[in-house]
Design a binder for this molecule. Structure first.
Ligand code: HEM
Ligand code: HEM
Length: 207
Protein backbone atom coordinates (compact mmCIF):
# COMPACT_ATOMS: atom_id res chain seq x y z
CA UNK A 1 0.00 0.00 0.00
CA UNK A 2 1.14 3.58 -0.65
CA UNK A 3 0.14 6.60 1.41
CA UNK A 4 -0.95 9.36 -0.98
CA UNK A 5 -1.69 13.01 -0.05
CA UNK A 6 -5.06 13.67 -1.69
CA UNK A 7 -6.86 16.35 0.31
CA UNK A 8 -5.06 19.67 0.89
CA UNK A 9 -5.48 21.62 4.13
CA UNK A 10 -7.79 24.19 2.54
CA UNK A 11 -9.96 21.49 0.96
CA UNK A 12 -10.39 19.70 4.31
CA UNK A 13 -11.15 22.91 6.19
CA UNK A 14 -13.64 23.96 3.52
CA UNK A 15 -15.23 20.48 3.41
CA UNK A 16 -15.85 20.22 7.16
CA UNK A 17 -17.02 23.83 7.55
CA UNK A 18 -19.39 23.33 4.59
CA UNK A 19 -20.68 20.05 6.10
CA UNK A 20 -21.36 21.80 9.42
CA UNK A 21 -23.07 24.81 7.81
CA UNK A 22 -25.16 22.70 5.40
CA UNK A 23 -26.37 20.44 8.21
CA UNK A 24 -27.36 23.46 10.34
CA UNK A 25 -29.10 25.01 7.31
CA UNK A 26 -31.03 21.76 6.78
CA UNK A 27 -32.19 21.66 10.42
CA UNK A 28 -33.05 25.37 10.72
CA UNK A 29 -34.53 25.49 7.18
CA UNK A 30 -36.87 22.57 7.87
CA UNK A 31 -37.85 24.22 11.17
CA UNK A 32 -38.80 27.40 9.25
CA UNK A 33 -40.67 25.13 6.81
CA UNK A 34 -42.62 23.64 9.75
CA UNK A 35 -41.31 20.06 9.47
CA UNK A 36 -39.17 20.16 12.66
CA UNK A 37 -40.09 21.75 16.00
CA UNK A 38 -36.99 22.36 18.09
CA UNK A 39 -35.56 25.92 18.29
CA UNK A 40 -38.78 27.83 17.59
CA UNK A 41 -39.47 29.71 14.34
CA UNK A 42 -37.79 33.02 15.29
CA UNK A 43 -34.52 31.49 16.44
CA UNK A 44 -34.42 28.99 13.57
CA UNK A 45 -34.91 31.84 11.09
CA UNK A 46 -32.14 33.95 12.74
CA UNK A 47 -29.67 31.02 12.80
CA UNK A 48 -30.60 30.11 9.21
CA UNK A 49 -29.65 33.59 8.05
CA UNK A 50 -26.32 33.62 9.94
CA UNK A 51 -25.39 30.16 8.57
CA UNK A 52 -26.54 31.22 5.06
CA UNK A 53 -24.25 34.29 4.98
CA UNK A 54 -21.36 32.21 6.39
CA UNK A 55 -21.92 29.60 3.66
CA UNK A 56 -21.93 32.30 0.98
CA UNK A 57 -18.53 33.63 2.18
CA UNK A 58 -17.14 30.07 2.31
CA UNK A 59 -18.46 29.26 -1.17
CA UNK A 60 -16.91 32.44 -2.61
CA UNK A 61 -13.52 31.41 -1.16
CA UNK A 62 -13.96 27.83 -2.40
CA UNK A 63 -14.87 28.90 -5.96
CA UNK A 64 -11.83 31.23 -5.97
CA UNK A 65 -9.62 28.34 -4.75
CA UNK A 66 -10.99 25.85 -7.31
CA UNK A 67 -10.48 28.31 -10.18
CA UNK A 68 -7.00 29.60 -9.23
CA UNK A 69 -5.51 26.16 -8.38
CA UNK A 70 -6.97 24.33 -11.40
CA UNK A 71 -8.78 21.95 -8.99
CA UNK A 72 -12.01 22.57 -10.94
CA UNK A 73 -10.65 20.26 -13.66
CA UNK A 74 -11.20 17.33 -11.31
CA UNK A 75 -14.96 17.75 -11.85
CA UNK A 76 -14.90 17.48 -15.66
CA UNK A 77 -17.29 14.58 -16.48
CA UNK A 78 -15.67 11.28 -17.51
CA UNK A 79 -16.45 9.44 -20.77
CA UNK A 80 -19.60 7.27 -20.70
CA UNK A 81 -17.78 3.91 -20.71
CA UNK A 82 -15.93 4.78 -17.48
CA UNK A 83 -19.17 5.95 -15.89
CA UNK A 84 -20.91 2.69 -16.85
CA UNK A 85 -17.96 0.68 -15.49
CA UNK A 86 -18.48 2.40 -12.10
CA UNK A 87 -22.26 1.76 -12.15
CA UNK A 88 -21.58 -1.91 -12.91
CA UNK A 89 -18.99 -2.07 -10.12
CA UNK A 90 -21.32 -0.63 -7.45
CA UNK A 91 -24.26 -2.72 -8.70
CA UNK A 92 -22.41 -6.03 -9.05
CA UNK A 93 -18.59 -6.10 -8.97
CA UNK A 94 -18.21 -4.79 -5.41
CA UNK A 95 -20.27 -7.75 -4.09
CA UNK A 96 -18.13 -10.25 -6.03
CA UNK A 97 -14.83 -8.77 -4.76
CA UNK A 98 -13.80 -7.55 -8.23
CA UNK A 99 -11.00 -4.91 -8.41
CA UNK A 100 -12.09 -1.25 -8.38
CA UNK A 101 -12.31 0.01 -12.01
CA UNK A 102 -10.94 3.44 -11.05
CA UNK A 103 -7.51 4.29 -9.62
CA UNK A 104 -6.92 7.49 -7.65
CA UNK A 105 -4.05 9.94 -7.61
CA UNK A 106 -3.56 13.54 -6.46
CA UNK A 107 -5.01 15.00 -9.69
CA UNK A 108 -7.68 12.32 -10.21
CA UNK A 109 -9.31 12.10 -6.78
CA UNK A 110 -12.85 11.33 -7.92
CA UNK A 111 -14.23 8.28 -9.65
CA UNK A 112 -16.61 8.99 -12.59
CA UNK A 113 -19.71 8.81 -10.34
CA UNK A 114 -18.19 11.17 -7.76
CA UNK A 115 -17.27 13.60 -10.54
CA UNK A 116 -20.91 13.72 -11.61
CA UNK A 117 -22.28 13.95 -8.06
CA UNK A 118 -19.85 16.69 -6.98
CA UNK A 119 -20.24 18.63 -10.24
CA UNK A 120 -24.03 18.70 -9.81
CA UNK A 121 -23.55 19.78 -6.20
CA UNK A 122 -21.34 22.71 -7.25
CA UNK A 123 -23.23 23.90 -10.35
CA UNK A 124 -26.83 22.79 -9.70
CA UNK A 125 -27.89 22.12 -6.09
CA UNK A 126 -25.60 24.77 -4.53
CA UNK A 127 -26.55 27.64 -6.91
CA UNK A 128 -30.27 26.66 -6.75
CA UNK A 129 -30.10 27.13 -2.97
CA UNK A 130 -28.05 30.29 -2.78
CA UNK A 131 -29.70 32.11 -5.69
CA UNK A 132 -33.23 31.34 -4.44
CA UNK A 133 -31.99 32.07 -0.87
CA UNK A 134 -30.70 35.51 -1.87
CA UNK A 135 -33.98 36.33 -3.68
CA UNK A 136 -35.85 35.12 -0.55
CA UNK A 137 -33.71 37.27 1.78
CA UNK A 138 -34.27 40.31 -0.48
CA UNK A 139 -38.09 39.95 -0.13
CA UNK A 140 -38.51 43.18 1.94
CA UNK A 141 -36.80 45.10 -0.90
CA UNK A 142 -38.68 43.53 -3.83
CA UNK A 143 -40.93 46.57 -4.24
CA UNK A 144 -37.96 48.93 -4.42
CA UNK A 145 -36.29 46.58 -6.95
CA UNK A 146 -39.40 46.63 -9.15
CA UNK A 147 -40.23 42.97 -8.40
CA UNK A 148 -43.54 43.62 -6.60
CA UNK A 149 -45.48 41.65 -9.25
CA UNK A 150 -43.57 38.49 -8.27
CA UNK A 151 -45.02 36.01 -5.78
CA UNK A 152 -42.90 34.53 -2.96
CA UNK A 153 -44.41 31.05 -3.45
CA UNK A 154 -42.28 29.89 -6.45
CA UNK A 155 -39.12 31.19 -4.76
CA UNK A 156 -39.93 29.27 -1.55
CA UNK A 157 -40.79 26.20 -3.62
CA UNK A 158 -37.48 26.29 -5.55
CA UNK A 159 -35.55 26.86 -2.31
CA UNK A 160 -37.31 23.93 -0.60
CA UNK A 161 -36.71 21.71 -3.68
CA UNK A 162 -33.01 22.60 -3.39
CA UNK A 163 -33.09 21.64 0.30
CA UNK A 164 -34.56 18.19 -0.53
CA UNK A 165 -31.92 17.66 -3.24
CA UNK A 166 -29.19 18.60 -0.73
CA UNK A 167 -30.65 16.16 1.81
CA UNK A 168 -30.68 13.39 -0.82
CA UNK A 169 -27.06 14.22 -1.75
CA UNK A 170 -26.05 14.03 1.93
CA UNK A 171 -27.69 10.60 2.45
CA UNK A 172 -26.05 9.03 -0.64
CA UNK A 173 -22.74 10.81 0.10
CA UNK A 174 -22.63 9.53 3.68
CA UNK A 175 -23.50 5.98 2.61
CA UNK A 176 -20.81 5.87 -0.11
CA UNK A 177 -18.13 7.84 1.77
CA UNK A 178 -18.45 5.73 4.92
CA UNK A 179 -18.94 2.22 3.47
CA UNK A 180 -17.15 1.80 0.12
CA UNK A 181 -13.48 2.18 1.14
CA UNK A 182 -11.45 -1.05 1.28
CA UNK A 183 -10.12 0.07 4.71
CA UNK A 184 -12.60 0.62 7.55
CA UNK A 185 -13.67 4.28 7.30
CA UNK A 186 -10.67 4.79 4.96
CA UNK A 187 -12.19 7.76 3.11
CA UNK A 188 -13.22 9.44 6.37
CA UNK A 189 -9.66 9.13 7.71
CA UNK A 190 -8.46 10.60 4.38
CA UNK A 191 -10.77 13.60 4.68
CA UNK A 192 -9.44 14.21 8.23
CA UNK A 193 -5.68 13.67 7.76
CA UNK A 194 -5.37 14.42 4.02
CA UNK A 195 -3.74 11.03 3.35
CA UNK A 196 -5.33 7.91 1.91
CA UNK A 197 -3.95 4.38 1.59
CA UNK A 198 -3.88 3.46 -2.11
CA UNK A 199 -2.83 0.17 -3.71
CA UNK A 200 0.82 0.40 -4.87
CA UNK A 201 -0.25 -0.76 -8.30
CA UNK A 202 -2.81 2.07 -8.38
CA UNK A 203 -0.67 4.89 -7.02
CA UNK A 204 0.99 5.81 -10.31
CA UNK A 205 -1.88 4.92 -12.63
CA UNK A 206 -4.70 7.48 -12.66
CA UNK A 207 -7.20 5.41 -14.66
C1 HEM B 1 -27.76 23.98 2.26
C2 HEM B 1 -28.28 25.16 2.15
C3 HEM B 1 -29.69 25.52 2.53
C4 HEM B 1 -30.75 24.73 2.90
C5 HEM B 1 -30.78 23.23 3.04
C6 HEM B 1 -31.88 25.61 3.12
C7 HEM B 1 -33.15 25.21 3.49
C8 HEM B 1 -34.24 26.03 3.69
C9 HEM B 1 -35.60 25.62 3.91
C10 HEM B 1 -36.08 24.17 3.92
C11 HEM B 1 -36.34 26.72 4.11
C12 HEM B 1 -37.87 26.80 4.36
C13 HEM B 1 -38.53 27.22 3.07
C14 HEM B 1 -40.02 27.47 3.17
O1 HEM B 1 -40.74 26.64 3.74
O2 HEM B 1 -40.48 28.50 2.64
C15 HEM B 1 -35.47 27.87 4.02
C16 HEM B 1 -35.85 29.19 4.19
C17 HEM B 1 -35.05 30.27 3.93
N1 HEM B 1 -33.74 30.24 3.47
FE1 HEM B 1 -32.62 28.56 3.20
N2 HEM B 1 -31.49 26.90 2.91
C18 HEM B 1 -30.16 26.89 2.53
C19 HEM B 1 -29.38 27.95 2.18
C20 HEM B 1 -29.80 29.27 2.18
C21 HEM B 1 -29.03 30.37 1.72
C22 HEM B 1 -27.59 30.28 1.15
C23 HEM B 1 -29.78 31.51 1.92
C24 HEM B 1 -29.48 32.95 1.64
C25 HEM B 1 -28.54 33.40 0.91
C26 HEM B 1 -31.04 31.10 2.49
C27 HEM B 1 -32.09 31.93 2.82
C28 HEM B 1 -33.32 31.53 3.29
C29 HEM B 1 -34.39 32.44 3.67
C30 HEM B 1 -34.35 33.96 3.62
C31 HEM B 1 -35.47 31.66 4.07
C32 HEM B 1 -36.85 32.15 4.58
C33 HEM B 1 -36.96 31.98 6.04
C34 HEM B 1 -36.38 33.11 6.78
O3 HEM B 1 -36.82 34.24 6.58
O4 HEM B 1 -35.47 32.86 7.62
N3 HEM B 1 -31.03 29.72 2.64
N4 HEM B 1 -34.20 27.42 3.73
C1 HEM C 1 -23.93 18.27 3.21
C2 HEM C 1 -22.73 18.27 3.65
C3 HEM C 1 -21.57 17.78 2.80
C4 HEM C 1 -21.20 18.19 1.56
C5 HEM C 1 -21.85 19.29 0.72
C6 HEM C 1 -20.03 17.40 1.17
C7 HEM C 1 -19.34 17.54 -0.03
C8 HEM C 1 -18.21 16.83 -0.38
C9 HEM C 1 -17.41 17.02 -1.57
C10 HEM C 1 -17.70 18.07 -2.66
C11 HEM C 1 -16.39 16.14 -1.54
C12 HEM C 1 -15.29 16.00 -2.59
C13 HEM C 1 -14.10 16.81 -2.18
C14 HEM C 1 -13.00 16.74 -3.19
O1 HEM C 1 -12.26 15.75 -3.16
O2 HEM C 1 -12.95 17.64 -4.04
C15 HEM C 1 -16.53 15.35 -0.35
C16 HEM C 1 -15.69 14.31 0.04
C17 HEM C 1 -15.84 13.57 1.21
N1 HEM C 1 -16.81 13.76 2.18
FE1 HEM C 1 -18.25 15.12 2.17
N2 HEM C 1 -19.74 16.53 2.18
C18 HEM C 1 -20.66 16.73 3.20
C19 HEM C 1 -20.73 16.09 4.41
C20 HEM C 1 -19.93 15.04 4.78
C21 HEM C 1 -20.02 14.33 6.04
C22 HEM C 1 -21.02 14.67 7.15
C23 HEM C 1 -19.06 13.35 6.00
C24 HEM C 1 -18.70 12.29 7.00
C25 HEM C 1 -19.17 12.15 8.19
C26 HEM C 1 -18.36 13.45 4.73
C27 HEM C 1 -17.32 12.66 4.34
C28 HEM C 1 -16.60 12.82 3.18
C29 HEM C 1 -15.46 12.00 2.83
C30 HEM C 1 -14.92 10.84 3.65
C31 HEM C 1 -15.00 12.47 1.60
C32 HEM C 1 -13.78 11.93 0.79
C33 HEM C 1 -14.13 10.69 0.06
C34 HEM C 1 -15.11 10.93 -1.02
O3 HEM C 1 -14.86 11.77 -1.90
O4 HEM C 1 -16.16 10.25 -0.96
N3 HEM C 1 -18.92 14.49 4.01
N4 HEM C 1 -17.65 15.79 0.35
Amino acid sequence: MARVYLYSRFLRLYHWLQALLVMSLLVTGFEVHGTIHWLGFERASDYHRVAAWSLLVLLALAWFWHITTGEWKQYIPSPLDRLLAMVRYYGLGIFKGEPHPFHKDRWHRHNPLQRMAYLSLHILIGPLLWISGLVYIAYPYWQRLGLDGLSLAPVALLHTAGAFLMLAFLCVHLYLALTTSEQTLGFLKGMVTGYEEVDNAQAGDPH
